[in-house]
Write a protein that binds this ligand. Sequence first.
Ligand SMILES: Cc1ncc(COP(=O)(O)O)c(C=O)c1O
Length: 305
Amino acid sequence: MAATSAVAELLPAGSHVVASRGMYGGSFRLFNRIKPVSQNIKTDFVDCSDLAAVEAAITSDTRLLWLESPTNPALQIVDIAALAELGHKHDLLVAVDNTFSTPLGQQPLSLGADIVMHSCTKWMGGHSDTLGGMLVVKDAKLADDVQLISSATGAVMSPFESYLLLRGIKTLALRLAKHEENCFAIARFLEQHPKVQEVRYPGLQSHPQHELAKRQMNNFGAVVTILLDGDEAAVESLFNKLQLFIIAEGLGGVESMIGHPPTMSHNSLLPEEREFLGIPDSMIRLSPGIENAADLIADLEQALA
Ligand SMILES: Cc1ncc(COP(=O)(O)O)c(C=O)c1O
């Protein structure tokens, strides 16, 4: 979040931002509640799969287009190249939260973006034991500006966390390959399960932006999101019966995690804000780890039963 905040601090007070409506709830809270007060920055949250809507939202004060793809937790994918072109036509900085894809899964700078943000707390660290954020930029002047903001505001990583991150990154490729294999196996299992209403995984043909994902991403990421056919009690019962999946707000570690965004990672948002971001009460987010896929499926099968 410090990295995202640093991007906003590049902007003059009074700027306007156009942001992806499906963005992570914490980023939404930053742009919707904090930045209007601290920097007089106003943000319009737009469905960025609709290029005309994005263009219509741009005003003479707009300075930044903030994208996220795939989004947390709904896994919406947007066309980064097309949006970067549109943003640059209007002289905007184009930034992409690439957390759910990782640098191996997708390289927004090559697709035209100016700034890439990663929460390294997730797959980059990979072991759920370090917190951090990263900004990657093309332009040397932008790099200097970001570096100044980072050190001047104290948004820097401690040496120990940096060490953990460097250790984690070395196995990112191996971990991601296994995460993806497990995601496919789990998504296919859940797709045919009667208690699951909908399965979202960019690698599935049923994902609404599957073709775009194939074009834009090198792999399909490591999160599977489902809509359970049941109420909150059904979610709780499922969670209580699981033995391998850890119930957690976090994600991206070697151990499998499961979370209920409405009551966990996104519970600081008002119900109407969650509805606006497309997070229904039946939504469950799975972050399969690197365990044996058959064990994970057996765990889900017994808990759903
Ligand atoms: C897509 C995305 N961006 C940003 C963040 C914020 O990351 P951190 O918790 O490392 O500040 C998260 C955390 O869940 C996230 O999922």
